[in-house]
Write a protein that binds this ligand. Structure first.
Ligand SMILES: Nc1ncnc2c1ncn2[C@@H]1O[C@H](COP(=O)(O)OP(=O)(O)O)[C@@H](O)[C@H]1O
Ligand SMILES: Nc1ccn([C@@H]2O[C@H](COP(=O)(O)OP(=O)(O)O)[C@@H](O)[C@H]2O)c(=O)n1
Ligand SMILES: [Mg+2]
Length: 191
């Protein structure tokens, strides 16, 4: 069984930043669904490049069969891992249903780390992220925030009802956010 922590929050809430630090210090392997999709988009011979780029620019969600397979392949490649941080997934009902079908029997879901941050702060961070992403522009960001509110927040609520959500306010400086996140992991791993 793979041990899994889902990391969710609006675009720019700091998911990638915090996951990198947890990977470095706690030995979980960081798998960003967005990074895996961008790598697949660039892969020579991929049938999905154009489809993925359309979704990314539109801030809409790629069909789960593609994303979940990329995640599973990446997990199989790191079977030695202590656990996995699944960053930016599941982002809608389709993601959640597909994950349950494909991975439900193979994983132990520890908790959901929810990085909460006001949308205006998140948008500002994305506009200054400096990674040259095709979706860090005002038009795409509006759509990404809509998708977050309409499709992703209900998934967080679903996990909340199951008692699985650990919310950390990520509007604060990274070191303060990280300190609280470490406490969440420490508590979860004591059980
Ligand atoms: N707590 C924070 N305070 C200020 N800036 C942050 C914080 N966390 C992340 N950032 C910056 O905001 C941008 C988005 O962070 P990132 O980790 O890529 O977020 P996400 O993966 O949730 O979109 C990056 O430029 C990052 O350096
Ligand atoms: N589960 C996912 C995650 C990302 N994506 C796509 O990839 C884009 C970028 O996701 P990301 O996680 O890298 O974005 P951030 O929240 O890190 O800013 C999303 O807006 C979607 O178009 C997806 O389709 N399905
Ligand atoms: Mg990210």
């Amino acid at each position: 069984m793979y041990k899994v922590v889902f990391v969710l929050g609006p675009p720019g809430s700091g998911k990638g930043t915090i996951c990198a630090q947890i990977q470095e210090n706690l030995g979980y392997v960081h798998l960003s669904a967005g990074d895996l999709l961008r790598a697949e988009r660039e892969r020579e011979g991929s049938q999905f490049g154009a489809l993925i780029e359309n979704h990314i620019r539109n801030g809409s969600i790629v069909p789960v069969e593609i994303t979940c397979s990329l995640l599973e392949i990446a997990m199989i490649a790191r079977e030695d891992a202590n656990g996995f941080l699944i960053d930016g997934f599941p982002r809608n009902e389709d993601n959640l249903a597909g994950w349950k079908r494909q991975m439900g029997e193979k994983v132990n879901e520890q908790f959901v780390l929810f990085l909460s941050c006001p949308v205006d702060v998140c948008i500002d961070r994305c506009l200054h992220r400096g990674q040259g992403r095709t979706d860090d522009n005002v038009d795409s960001l509006k759509k990404r925030v809509d998708t977050y509110n309409q499709s992703t927040f209900p998934i967080i609520e679903h996990f909340e009802k199951l008692g699985m959500v650990r919310e950390v306010n990520s509007e604060r400086p990274v070191n303060e956010v990280y300190a609280d996140v470490v406490k969440v992991f420490a508590a979860a791993n004591q059980q």
